[in-house]
Design a protein around this ligand. Structure first.
Ligand code: AP5
Length: 222
């Protein structure tokens, strides 16, 4: 059979390091990073009705309704770049109904990565997280500080990155996580996400290079 572009999902609690690992995976393997949270924040930034509605849920740490999220993710996965290079889906699905919706559209991942991180570490990661609006890169004041003064001066913080809001986001995560995990048991890779980001990546990298040695799969950079 003709080799297929690699399709991966990455899941984990808020601030478990999904976005950070996706930057590293996308850079090495050329997969298209599709992050549900980033798509929603882009919608908010463009001031659409969907964006306004989504923000109300995000401020409460709740899941944005499926009628907004599902189509948005589906459309992004159907874009030519995702179809050609393979995709890396971050922060979706977050509920059984989202997983089912994706399956109905015939999107089936080859690997489901789960980042496992202890709860007290998550709060510290959220509170110290900063974003570079120019490059989109994720920083942490303590663990991944900005490289220059110039970058440091322009860093921004997400509106839902407070200790109070992360507690609500964690609650939502706990309510839904088991149902999602049960859908992908046969293709799940559990990764220890408590260690430095390079060590988290080497666990993922090992699994991905093994998959790509199999001639069934291709990726954007290979
Ligand atoms: P979303 O944007 O997806 O947020 P999240 O799941 O809470 O995840 P984060 O983006 O906070 O964290 P991350 O795991 O990417 O961690 P990062 O790499 O940045 O969703 C936001 C909201 O949108 C949701 O609450 C919901 O309302 C809505 N939404 C999203 N998807 C939805 C869906 N499918 N359905 C409905 N609603 C949806 O790392 C965090 C920090 O830690 C950074 O500072 C980083 O530098 C640092 N760090 C990372 N790795 C390490 C490491 N190994 N060691 C030390 N520091 C590290």
């Amino acid at each position: 059979a003709k080799p297929e572009p690699l399709k991966i999902m990455i899941s984990g609690a808020p601030a478990s390091g999904k976005g950070t690992q996706c930057e590293l995976i996308a850079k090495k393997y050329g997969l298209v990073h599709v992050a549900a949270g980033d798509l929603l924040r882009a919608e908010i930034a463009s001031g659409t009705e969907n964006g306004k509605r989504a923000k109300e849920y995000m401020e409460r740490g709740q899941l944005v309704p499926n009628e907004i999220v599902v189509m948005m993710v589906k459309e992004r996965l159907l874009q030519p770049d995702s179809q050609k290079n393979g995709w890396l889906l971050d922060g979706y699905p977050r509920s059984l109904s989202q997983a089912t919706a994706l399956k109905e559209f015939s999107f089936r991942p080859h690997l489901f990565i789960v980042l496992e991180v202890d709860e007290e570490i998550l709060v510290e990661r959220v509170v110290g997280r900063r974003l570079d609006p120019v490059t989109g890169k994720i920083y942490h004041l303590k663990y991944s500080p900005p490289e220059t003064e110039e970058i440091a001066a322009r860093l921004t913080q997400r509106f839902d990155d407070t200790e109070e809001k992360v507690k609500l986001r964690l609650q939502t995560h706990h309510q839904n996580v088991e149902a999602v995990l049960s859908m992908y048991e046969d293709i799940t890779l559990k990764v220890d996400g408590n260690v430095p980001k390079e060590d988290v990546f080497s666990q993922i990298d090992g699994a991905l290079s093994k998959l790509l040695m199999d001639s069934k799969f291709t990726s954007g950079s290979l």
